[in-house]
Design a protein around this ligand. Structure first.
Ligand SMILES: Nc1nc2c(ncn2[C@@H]2O[C@H](COP(=O)(O)OP(=O)(O)OP(=O)(O)O)[C@@H](O)[C@H]2O)c(=O)[nH]1
Ligand SMILES: [Mg+2]
Ligand SMILES: [Zn+2]
Length: 288
């Protein structure tokens, strides 16, 4: 049978096969080959009558997220607030770079709009112009939640963003009803910050959701100088026209990306963030 690992605790993996859960061990061969099953893995299992079984095969992963450790995530709900906590724009941009680098579709979710001011939406506009989908939400009041719900189907989606922005509130608004029914409300989810100890895939609307704890900082030091530009989707229409084909859109002459910044086609703050990140990469040296 084929299923997806929804939870892993102490060497046991819980595999969902059409909404039935099987408790499985991993074959020893995985340990020897250094391949560890991750939640999100699509696996082939062999089961006994009592619904326990073994994982025989791990199917190739489309993506591998490391914080939290989840395989095959297809999209990220990047949740931020403008107030409580105040928006850390640089951190938001870093999350978006990480999503691009990890091959995840990012959906920017500005939550707590009940506390935001009108001008704050200008930041959302910048991101829309860069090619991102942007949603405005009030998780506490259920505003915008239905729109987000529509995006769950057929995806493994991860909620990420800083602490206190409302990730768990959003997730709970999706799982609440279904969990209530079976009387197994996850305390781990409710405790917010402590969710991650054992991450879990939660099935909602024919898709899976994963909560994560809030991050207050993010290092992008694993992205090379050459790769960084590909994490900025708004550079795409221009980069092939640069004078040098190895242009990183920094100090090179004949750079169409820089020209687009000067013409106001690419947002200057976004470009400045790119340059700052690039300079950090360069100063770390070329061995990375
Ligand atoms: N004003 C307002 N408060 C909200 C909204 N959504 C959630 N909150 C509150 O924000 C607080 C933090 O929410 P959580 O869902 O725990 O935040 P989190 O992102 O999961 O935080 P961590 O687990 O620490 O990363 C809670 O007190 C929520 O009730 C909203 O739309 N407006
Ligand atoms: Mg939380
Ligand atoms: Zn260039």
């Amino acid at each position: 049978m084929e299923g997806v690992i929804v939870k892993g605790i102490g060497g046991l993996y819980y595999v969902d096969v059409n909404k039935e859960i099987y408790e499985c061990k991993a074959r020893g061969k995985f340990r020897h080959s250094g391949l560890t099953p991750m939640i999100g893995d699509y696996v082939v299992i062999e089961v006994d009558q009592d619904k326990t079984g073994v994982i025989n095969e791990i199917l190739p992963r489309s993506t591998e997220l490391l914080r939290p450790v989840v395989a095959n995530v297809t999209q990220a709900f990047v949740v931020f607030a403008f107030r409580q906590p105040d928006l850390n724009l640089e951190l938001l941009y870093k999350f978006l770079v990480l999503c691009e680098h990890s091959n995840l579709k990012a959906i920017v979710c500005f939550n707590k709009m009940d506390l935001a001011e009108k001008e704050h939406r200008d930041i959302g506009e910048v991101l829309k112009n860069a090619g991102y989908e942007v949603l405005y939400l009030e998780a506490k009041n259920g505003v915008g939640v239905e729109e987000l719900r529509k995006k769950i189907k057929d995806n493994i989606s991860v909620f990420c963003g800083p602490s206190g922005v409302g990730k768990s509130t959003l997730l709970n608004s999706f799982i609440g009803r279904e969990r209530m029914k079976t009387g197994e409300i996850s305390e781990k989810v409710k405790r917010g910050k402590h969710t991650t100890r054992h991450s879990e895939l939660m099935q909602v609307e024919e898709g899976f959701l994963v909560d994560t704890p809030g991050f207050s900082s993010l290092e992008l030091d694993f992205i090379s100088k050459e790769d960084l530009q590909y994490c900025f989707p708004e550079f795409e229409p221009y980069r092939d026209g640069c004078k040098f084909n190895n242009c990183v859109h920094y100090k090179e002459p004949g750079c169409l990306v820089k020209a687009a910044v000067e013409e106001g086609k690419i947002n200057e703050t976004r470009y400045k963030f790119y340059v700052k990140t690039l300079e950090e990469t360069i100063s770390r040296g070329s061995w990375k």
